[in-house]
Design a protein around this ligand. Structure first.
Ligand code: BG6
Length: 511
């Protein structure tokens, strides 16, 4: 792998501590960092290299999935970290940084390969990119890459403006837009699920699939992020990026030879181009907007959204979204894709369920004698698995079917985390699992009319009890098409009922 200088803006921040340093450490431990690799951490605090290295070391002990077991190797890793005070708004500071980076590159005779990682608030993205260009840091005889965290814009116009500004300093192929959902191990394997399995690939069309359900439910509330979240809401925070990325990853059909990053991104773009837009007037038909009220999670009472510290009592911000989307192309015409996400729901679970058609009962999910539709269930987190739900006959009960689960894939418990995968990819220059501007722009194009419909109050805000699966209208959205949410083995989706703990999946064959 080519030598590289990793220039980290926001080196003293939370993301660096929790995700970036552990990711770098694990890449190092797996031999996946370049031989000549150095980090220049940038921040406002007056830290020395020693203080910085001690902070990196602490973060590894605290957050890394593997812990150091070789003091000498750990020391070698930490020696690669230098620290520099930088005021983001002062170009002079960037020139000082350039001198430091150049002198290191020259001393070791290294090519000027520079990765700029922006682990800072979005309000700084443009300024930093500008100064990288203005100071000369971006003029390299090797490669330069910009890794940028979300959010990419606040709406369609601001995303376009940001992209225009970044494009003045970096070419599209140099920009790596992080969506950590694309780094999740199971998401990274979706591609090969199709490619390595002609059976699955053959079924991957509207001929055999009845609907696709993508869920990202969380049990946490706004946590310490009230100020951020109340201005953002679930649509921007989760749908515009993570859920639409999962939708794209599910909707693409890849050639058998894969085709690499270009092909993946091209197919994703095509899927987004075929996504039917919503309008101010029909958004309410396809989108459910919710906000949690007080309730119980894990046996403990939790406050409603508007009683959370820092949230205005009159806030109409959404903490839940469910939506029906349609992709108007030959593969998916006529098939609904349902997405939903929410805070303070019953369970933390990110999953994709592909429901197959039941030929004898088109559009219905309950078959004869307890047979359920075949489902392909892709658990992305916190569980990681891919499995098929099939039906079998119970011996001794000739008229009854019993659903069974066939596991196709289990990720080993110590598999790399999203950031490890993504940073490793970026260092190798593999952009397959980063969001291309075309995808980001098209996501905002779908989201924008919905934001406008929210702003003009055309989509009612439904309250849901904390600890449930969201408002009843979310179930009604699927019921209108003859479907239901599938949650997991043991629990069918029930939005409003307080507890379904004892319910068995099979018992719901005939609700
Ligand atoms: C982040 C959102 O992007 O994703 C958070 O800003 C959310 O609000 C988080 O909690 C969920 O990520 P994960 O990996 O826990 O599903």
């Amino acid at each position: 792998m080519e030598p590289c200088t990793f220039i980290l803006f926001g080196a003293t921040g939370d993301l660096a501590k929790r995700k970036i340093y552990p990711a770098l450490f694990n890449l190092f431990a797996r031999g996946l960092l370049p031989e000549h690799f150095s980090v220049v951490g940038l921040g406002r605090r007056e830290w020395t290299a020693e203080v910085y290295q001690a902070a990196v070391e602490r973060s590894i002990y605290q957050f890394s999935r593997t812990k150091p077991d070789d003091a000498e190797a750990l020391n070698r890793f930490l020696q690669a970290f230098a620290y520099r005070v930088l005021d983001i708004g002062r170009e002079e500071d960037y020139r000082g940084l350039l001198a430091q980076v150049e002198s290191h590159e020259n001393a070791l005779g290294l090519p000027q390969n520079r990765m700029f990682y922006l682990s800072v608030g979005p309000e700084y993205f443009e300024t930093i990119a500008d100064h990288i260009r203005g100071s000369g840091l971006g003029r390299v005889n090797g490669w330069k890459r910009l890794v940028i965290e979300k959010p990419f814009g606040h709406d369609l116009p601001s995303a376009r403006t940001l992209n225009r500004k970044l494009a003045e300093s970096f070419a599209e192929e140099e920009i790596y837009r992080i969506d950590h959902y694309l780094g999740k191990p199971v998401v990274q394997r979706l591609e090969s699920l199709q490619q390595a399995n002609p059976v699955i690939q053959a079924l991957w069309t509207n001929r055999y699939i009845a609907n696709v359900q993508i869920t990202a439910s969380e049990t946490v509330g706004v946590e310490e992020r009230a100020g951020y979240y109340d201005h953002v809401g679930a649509l921007r925070d989760m749908v515009q990026n993570h859920l639409l990325q999962l939708l794209m990853m599910t909707a693409i059909r890849l050639p058998y030879d894969g085709g690499g990053a270009e092909q993946v991104r091209f197919q994703k773009k095509k899927a987004m181009e075929a996504l039917e837009p919503l309008h101010l007037d029909n958004a309410a038909l396809h989108v459910v907007r919710g906000q949690y009220a007080e309730g119980t999670i894990g046996g403990l009472p939790v406050a409603g959204y508007t009683s959370e510290p820092g949230i205005p009592a009159a806030s109409a911000n959404e903490t839940f979204i469910a939506a029906r989307l349609r992709i108007d192309n030959n593969d998916w015409r006529g098939i609904p894709f349902y997405i939903r996400t929410g805070k303070r729901m019953k369970k933390k679970s990110t999953r994709i369920v592909v429901e197959f058609k039941a030929p004898l009962k088109q559009g219905r999910h309950e078959g004869e004698g307890g047979a359920l539709p075949n489902l392909l269930v892709i658990e992305i987190g916190p569980e990681e698995s891919i499995s098929l739900r099939l039906n079998t006959k119970e011996p001794g009960a000739p008229d009854a079917f019993k659903p069974i689960r066939v596991d196709l894939h289990l990720t080993p418990p110590d598999s790399p985390e999203a950031y490890e995968n993504l940073i490793g990819d970026a260092l190798r220059g593999d952009a397959a699992f980063f969001a291309h501007w075309d995808e980001v722009e098209r996501s905002w194009q779908w989201v924008q009319p919905v934001l406008d419909a929210f702003a003009s109050d055309r989509v009612p805000l439904r309250r849901y009890e904390a600890g449930t699966y969201g408002p009843a209208e979310s179930d009604a959205l699927l019921a209108a098409d003859g479907f239901r949410w599938w949650f997991d083995d043991d629990e069918p989706a029930t939005s409003h009922s307080k507890s379904t703990e004892g319910d068995r999946y099979a018992n719901h064959a005939h609700p």
